[in-house]
Ligand binder design. Sequence first.
Ligand SMILES: Cc1cc2nc3c(=O)[nH]c(=O)nc-3n(C[C@H](O)[C@H](O)[C@H](O)COP(=O)(O)OP(=O)(O)OC[C@H]3O[C@@H](n4cnc5c(N)ncnc54)[C@H](O)[C@@H]3O)c2cc1C
Length: 471
Amino acid sequence: MSKDAPTLAKKSRVLILGGSFGGFYTAYHLDKTLAADPTAEVTLVSRENYLLFTPMLHEVGAGDLDMSDIVSPPRQVLKHAKFLEAEVERINLDERKVTLAYGLERWHKELFYDHLVLALGSETNFFKLPGVEERALTMKSLGDAFYLRNHALALLEIASLTEDDVARRAMLTFVVAGGGFAGTETVGALNDYLRAAKKYYPALARADVRIVLVHPSAVILPELGESLGRYAQGKLTARKVEMRLETRVSGYSDQGVELKNGEIIPTLTLIWTAGLTTPGIVESLPCKKEKGRVVVEETLEVPGFPGVWALGDCAWIPNARTGSPHPPTAQHAMREAAQCAKNIVAAIRGGEKKKFAFKTIGQLASIGHHTGVAEIMGFHFSGLIAWWLWRGIYLAKLPRLEKKVRVALKWALELLFAKDIAQYVTLEGLDRLERRIEYLRHHPLVMAQGTPTRPPEQALESQPQRGVSNA
Ligand SMILES: Cc1cc2nc3c(=O)[nH]c(=O)nc-3n(C[C@H](O)[C@H](O)[C@H](O)COP(=O)(O)OP(=O)(O)OC[C@H]3O[C@@H](n4cnc5c(N)ncnc54)[C@H](O)[C@@H]3O)c2cc1C
């Protein structure tokens, strides 16, 4: 089917790829309108079966919140739209077809669409620096935050038994690359966590714990301007975070993290937050791109591909007011999603499609120890008041009342009690998990699915058919 051929399907099929701020909220808005209409079908596909509230990710990494506190499963939020947990493997814009892979054996399923929403976000960019991708931790997914907490506690446990001074110091040195929001918030939270946890490890000397932030410019948090960046820097330094400014990580080997200025920091932990890129599947699409992101019109439509829309971090959305694209933030992706949903409804039911317009309201960062920095509508805030603003604003933004209550309670309890230092997964536990996955992989029922691996009920869907829906 060519991209211009009229669809004869009875239902208007809207397929949304990516379940984060862009995709989840597009589905959420359509759920209240189009998805409830029997002549339409809205399907959301994502790798994870939850929306991850990234602004609070560092709180999970540093033991303030639990993993389930900051996620919202679309299955519990969407009433009409369908959800599929799968990997998007191929997107064929000419045939209006998307191939998904799911399960341990990556079985395939093909879906056809009338409207496709690309909300596949961004991925970590390691810039091909030697050893970094293989050895560094990242701070983008829920797994990353869980792993960081577990890894930090595992190192405290091992270090407390290690007699070799050099090895112990390397174990207790944590380097974060990138002084943007993700890096700075991670450093602040991790510093608080490790220093609070240390008191339960009497065998460790306070001076052994080192947290280092590496940032290429003279001032961190460039998005918030120089004065707030310097304030954050001063506060972190006062709490013993070491700054390595105007230099970059150039590699990571068994000797440690190598900096461009020649310094080598012996460590077993580099947390890489210093770059993002567009996922390969988006880059490979035959539409116009700018820095890897899909160029869209102000209505969020992809030019030359009717019925294809893009938003969030993977889209290059022109901003007529500034002449630059809209920035890749959750704040923007959520608003783009609302506009995209309205425009899809207008495209299907008839109506005027509107241009996306939004001005950043403000930006906030929590830098640990009940301190924050914020710029809201041109006004600058710092210290305790900015920290309260951060907590209040993000608590209000966190989806679902249940999660808001949980987080508010945990934050209140945290003022009274010490942070928990339970290491959830030990090395032995990891080993058992691996064996369990292998067992599942070789289970006769799993094997019976065979390898071209398409479950029988999907045979019909492998061909574009009139009136056949994706349900
Ligand atoms: C640690 C951290 C803190 C942040 N803090 C803030 C903040 O305070 N304020 C703010 O405004 N922004 C913040 N951001 C930025 C914000 O999270 C992003 O701008 C926002 O998540 C972009 O949403 P998105 O939907 O475009 O893409 P993403 O969040 O990148 O999500 C993409 C989605 O697509 C899915 N996906 C990707 N490829 C595939 C595939 N092949 N198959 C199936 N699914 C796929 C992913 O699993 C994911 O669900 C932060 C980001 C991080 C990492």
